[in-house]
Design a protein around this ligand. Structure first.
Ligand code: GDP
Length: 199
């Protein structure tokens, strides 16, 4: 597993704190509680990798994980959204940072959007997918917590999301079922991420 040695590198609160823009990175987005941390942990076969992203006060930062065996390869944990308690000016600052990141970041090779399979494609999920597609970057939707649904319901949910996304984005967004709990789809997701990172 090329992601197994992932380790915390830095947290960037402003564009100036980002690492040099010369590598390959894949960003992870998801609403709070969607299961993003669990997905990162499952992909990297670690128990607490993404815990650092959840430290209170760190919610407004881009958290970088490096892959020590692969030079200049990074996983980037975007803050979970639903930050209602954030003051308005900070929200604006943060929005501007994310806009800039998605518009300019050359290292960014793709976006993974983690959604609860029972509540997919909320406004913010579409917003994040829009960022990637506007930039011409591929996006991959992980419909997680699939262990909570039957196989039939899982397949139906995946099809419904695929149909919905195809209307807006054609085939630039791929979709799969996932579970950090049962590990359903972990290999498939890792394959997509490693192909974007060219490792
Ligand atoms: P985050 O806020 O998006 O990082 O979400 P977490 O990974 O912390 O997960 C939020 C909650 O959902 C926690 O209680 C997890 O145990 C649970 N959870 C996450 N992934 C799964 C999954 O694949 N299956 C099930 N059943 N629960 C999950």
């Amino acid at each position: 597993n090329p992601l197994a040695r992932a380790q915390y590198m830095l947290a960037a609160h402003t564009p100036r704190q980002l690492p040099p823009d010369g590598g390959f990175e894949v960003a992870f987005a998801g609403r709070s509680n969607a299961g993003k941390s669990s997905a990162l942990n499952a992909l990297c076969q670690q128990n607490a990798l993404a815990r650092v992203s959840k430290t209170p006060g760190r919610t407004q930062q881009l958290v970088y994980f490096e892959l020590p065996q692969h030079e200049n390869r990074f996983l980037v944990d975007l803050p979970g959204y639903g930050y209602a308690k954030v003051p308005l000016d900070l929200k604006a600052h943060w929005q501007a940072f994310l806009d800039k990141y998605f518009q300019n970041r050359q290292a960014l090779r793709g976006l993974v959007v983690v959604m609860d399979i029972r509540h997919p494609l909320k406004d913010y999920d579409r917003h994040m997918l829009g960022y990637a597609v506007t930039r011409g970057l591929p996006a991959h939707a992980l419909l997680t917590k699939a262990d909570k649904l039957s196989r039939g319901a899982t397949a139906a949910a995946v099809q419904a999301v695929k149909r919905d996304l195809a209307k807006d984005y054609g085939d630039t967004v791929s979709v799969q079922a996932f579970s950090g709990e049962s590990k359903l789809g972990v290999d498939q997701a890792r394959g997509v991420i490693c192909s974007w990172l060219e490792i």
